[in-house]
Design a protein around this ligand. Sequence first.
Ligand code: SF4
Length: 215
Amino acid sequence: MIGLMMKMNKVEVIEKCLDDMFKDPNCELNYHNDYELLIAIVLSAQTTDKRVNNVTSILFDRYKNLEELSNADIKDIENILRPLGSFRKKALYVKEIARILLLDYNGKVPIKRKELEAMPGVGRKTVNVFLGEFYNVPLIAVDTHVERVSKRLGLAKDDDSVRDVEEKLKRKFKRDVWAKRHLQLVLFGRYHCKALSPNCDMCKLKDICKYKKRS
Ligand code: SF4
């Protein structure tokens, strides 16, 4: 086993570790259809998936379709979203996304990046997560976890932009595993290589980790 690891390059070692730790990674946001997923991803900015799931279970239970969401009282949406932070802005996003989907797209979330990114609160990362999760489009979304882990492991440089990190990861991993690697890196960062207290002592990657060598 040690001999095998010695023959592997750094990216292969990382991939093996990710596959060992998270064999079948899944998106941790709950949803039943395309618009619920899109809205859940928008709401997940600067908060946890667990908190998002708690509020979306109330939101989508009270407002059962896009018509109801677009006509909802903004104050009621704000109250539901309050635990997430930035709830006023996010409430506006929810209502506006519902309105745009109904008026411009017949209630169906579009699949073109340009159309998605024209919606409020929807940026490149949101689009990548949405298309990867709902349509299995091979993409790598770089969120805070993916960025941190990539830089700590030396898959990207400390001063790389989010877009730089995305492009570097796409070059290092094979296209057919991009979506899986994205999910694995999110889970690795969320539960193991955490921002404030990474579990370095128990980490199988500590021998190749730039961050660990510096500390
Ligand atoms: S050694 Fe520490 S910093 Fe490096 S990948 Fe593992 S948990 Fe993260």
